[in-house]
Structure formats: structure tokens, C-alpha cells
Design a protein around this ligand. Structure first.
Ligand SMILES: Cc1cc2nc3c(=O)[nH]c(=O)nc-3n(C[C@H](O)[C@H](O)[C@H](O)COP(=O)(O)OP(=O)(O)OC[C@H]3O[C@@H](n4cnc5c(N)ncnc54)[C@H](O)[C@@H]3O)c2cc1C
Length: 368
């Protein structure tokens, strides 16, 4: 089969490699540089701390791949609550995760204080620790995935924007003219919705903007951490920390790639309240994430010859190996270890594309 993959982010590159591995003739089109979308802007936190069986199965598969490819630096992920409602949620999540076989444990402020002296633990009411979590370097991931895809025989074409041709969804309009394929796979991040809309296919997808900053060096050993009450997270990166917070609605057409001054101030303020540290901002940026009405991604066939993979709700990098491979098996009609569980739940046609929903939703859903 001759297959086009649109999008040279983590998902597109994994799918391209997996398709080429199974003897498909693959061309991956990327309009900018590889990894220039959300993938290159990601924080790189990766964990298996999910309390939903499907999310947990996907995470197991994805983390196993990242370990196999030597891209995952093991690093604990801690999530903390500072009020009773959040504490009840965190305790229930840890219980459910343990029942699913996750290597997670309950923790309290005193245990965390012993292990991480720079952490402000006095107001922590409950915490969970994911021991099998890790850190990814997005640039390293993109480089390694591109090497894998090329070695498998895929042709990567960065600097090549394409669009769908409405009356033949297996044909792409490229700068060099139209090219026809046996199948087209669109893994173009937030741009997926617009690409499909131009071909009269509606997707239930919304876009939101997420911001992060990197600090100057800090002298402390810290885990990756999500503070459910103060609604922000960090991970160690280089000698400093990468700090991010929730998300903001954004229109894809006019989004600001720089972080807002108000975000920098509030994120540093929360970091100061949560640790003994007082670093400055070294650099910062923003990126676009995608959301769906039920917070599950859209992965699968949308029309004859046309597949999509998007709607990661800020968790696409950590899931990319499992979901890119699943996508490839869906296109080729071959078996995949998590096939039976995902096909219906991730089916992109489960919505008709006219739904109205809140892109930001309830972030605690991510651990349910
Ligand atoms: C600030 C921030 C922090 C994040 N942190 C994490 C994290 O810690 N862990 C995690 O798992 N996830 C995180 N995410 C989410 C993660 O980055 C995404 O879910 C994931 O990278 C999506 O990968 P993708 O390949 O689907 O899309 P993308 O990486 O966006 O790739 C899509 C590609 O398609 C290309 N494209 C678009 N239109 C066209 C066209 N017409 N022709 C050709 N190419 C086209 C784009 O240029 C882009 O390179 C974060 C996101 C942001 C913004």
C-alpha cells in the first residue's frame, strides 16, 4: 500500500515507522520542521498513573516502547492535594490505580519532606507517587523517531505543507502537485480539524493554549509534580525546572507562541509557595493542545481511505508510541495488542462534529 502520513510530530512519526515496518510504502509530509508542532513544545512528562483501564493499557505499551528505545529517563511523578476535596480525589485515584496494577503509592507531607527537602509539604493533605514514571526530551524523541521511520523505509518530507482534496480523500495537494495514495493518515495536531473541514469532514475537536517556562538553575532534588489544588506542574529539566499550568482557550488562527507575562508571574509565585526555591525565568513558550467532548482522543478511520489521530488533551507525547502503532494497525487491518479495547472508544466518528463542549473541562478527569 502507498500511504501518506500528514504531520511530522511524535504520532505521525511513530505511525510512519510502524507502517513502513509492515512493508507499506510511506511518505510523511510535515509543513515545517519535524517536531515543530505540539511535540517540540511539550513538557515531556510521561507516566502510567491512570485509573482508567484503557488509559493504563495505552500507557503501559507506550512506556515500554520509550524504554526499549532508550528515550525515557526514569523519574518519579508525584501529585499532591492541599484541601480535603482534592485529597479525597487523590486517595481514590491511587486506590483505583493500584487495583489496575500501577506501581503507585499513597504518600503524605512528612514522607515527601524527608525525600525532597526543598518541597513545601506543610499544607499537603494527600499525595500519590507514580514510581514507574519518567521524563522525555522532546527534541531527542523527534530525532530518534525520525531515524526509526527512515530506517524502516519511510520517506520524510519536512517543509512540505499539504491539503486534502475534497472530492478524493486519498489525494493530497502538495506544493509539487497532486499525489494519490491508497490511504491518507492525518496526524496534524490542532491543524487536523481544519484540514478535514476543508475536505468537508467534521471533527469534534477544540484547541487550547498551554504555557510553560524554564527556570534558571536550582539546587534541589525534586520529582516531577502536579499540584492539584494550585493547578500547576513542574518537571526537572537540565539544571532548572520546567513549570507549566492549566490551559487557556485559543483560536488556532491567532495564537501567541510566547508565554503571557501574567503566566510567568503566577507560575513563579506558585513555585515559590510550593518550594524553598526562588529561581528566575530562563525562557518560556506556549503551544496548542487539542480536546474532544469526552476527553478521549480521536483515532481511527473517518472516511474511505482516510484516518486521523488527534485530540490528546495534553497527553499525546506520552501516548505516541502506543497510539501511532495502533493507528498503523488500524490502517493495515492488522492486529494490535490493545485493539479490542480501543476501537470503539477512540472511534473518531463517535461524534458528528457539531458538538459544543468546554475544551478545558475538568483536569482531574485525566486520572479517573
Ligand atoms: C506546553 C505543552 C506541554 C505539553 N506537555 C506534555 C507532556 O508533558 N506530556 C505529554 O504527553 N504531552 C504533552 N503535551 C501534549 C503533546 O505535546 C501533544 O499531545 C503531542 O505532541 C501531539 O503530537 P502530534 O504528533 O499528534 O501533534 P504535533 O506534534 O502537533 O504534530 C502535528 C504536525 O503536523 C504538522 N502539520 C500541520 N498541518 C500540516 C499540513 N497541512 N501539512 C503538513 N504538515 C502539517 C505540524 O506542523 C506538526 O508538526 C504538551 C503540549 C504543550 C503545548
Amino acid at each position: 500500500m502507498r500511504i501518506a502520513v500528514v504531520g511530522g510530530g511524535a504520532v505521525g512519526l511513530v505511525a510512519a515507522a510502524a507502517l513502513a515496518d509492515r512493508d507499506a510504502d510511506v511518505v510523511c509530509f510535515e509543513r515545517d520542521e519535524l517536531g515543530n508542532g505540539a511535540t517540540g513544545r511539550a513538557a515531556g512528562i510521561c507516566y502510567d498513573a491512570f485509573a482508567d483501564p484503557l488509559d493504563a493499557a495505552v500507557a503501559d505499551r507506550a512506556l515500554a516502547r520509550y524504554r526499549e528505545w532508550d528515550l525515557l529517563e526514569p523519574w518519579p511523578y508525584v501529585w499532591v492535594a492541599r484541601d480535603e476535596a482534592d485529597a479525597r480525589a487523590v486517595r481514590a485515584q491511587v486506590d483505583r490505580m493500584q487495583r489496575l496494577g500501577r506501581n503507585v503509592s499513597h504518600a503524605d507531607g512528612a514522607t515527601l519532606a524527608d525525600r525532597y527537602p526543598a518541597l513545601e509539604t506543610e499544607t499537603i493533605t494527600a499525595a500519590g507517587v507514580a514510581h514507574d514514571a519518567g521524563l522525555l526530551d522532546p527534541t531527542e524523541v523527534v530525532d530518534a523517531l525520525a531515524v526509526r521511520a527512515r530506517e524502516a523505509g519511510a520517506v520524510l518530507r519536512p517543509g512540505t505543507p499539504v491539503s486534502l482534496v475534497a472530492d478524493d480523500l486519498r489525494t493530497l495537494a502538495t506544493p509539487a502537485g497532486e499525489e494519490r495514495f491508497d490511504a491518507v493518515v492525518v496526524a496534524a495536531g490542532w491543524a487536523t480539524e481544519r484540514l478535514l473541514a476543508d475536505a468537508d469532514v467534521d471533527l469534534a475537536l477544540k484547541t487550547y493554549r498551554a504555557q510553560v517556562l524554564e527556570t534558571t538553575p536550582v539546587d534541589a532534588t525534586l520529582p516531577s509534580l502536579y499540584d492539584a489544588t494550585r493547578e500547576f506542574y513542574w518537571r526537572p529539566r537540565g539544571d532548572g525546572l520546567l513549570v507549566g499550568d492549566g490551559a487557556h482557550d485559543a483560536s488556532p488562527g491567532e495564537w501567541n507562541r510566547d508565554a503571557d507575562p501574567s503566566f510567568l508571574e503566577s507560575a513563579l509565585g506558585r513555585l515559590g509557595a510550593t518550594t524553598t526555591l526562588d529561581p528566575a525565568v530562563a525562557r518560556s513558550w506556549a503551544g496548542l493542545c487539542t480536546a474532544t467532548p469526552d476527553r478521549d482522543p480521536l483515532v481511527g478511520r473517518v472516511a474511505d481511505g482516510l484516518w486521523v489521530a488527534t485530540g490528546w488533551q495534553g497527553h499525546g507525547l506520552m501516548r505516541a508510541p502506543a497510539m501511532g502503532e495502533y493507528l498503523a494497525s488500524s490502517v493495515l487491518g492488522t492486529e494490535h495488542p490493545i485493539d479490542a479495547q480501543v476501537a470503539d472508544r477512540l472511534d473518531p466518528t463517535r461524534f458528528d462534529g457539531t458538538e459544543t463542549f468546554d475544551a478545558l473541562g475538568d483536569p482531574t478527569r485525566d486520572w479517573e
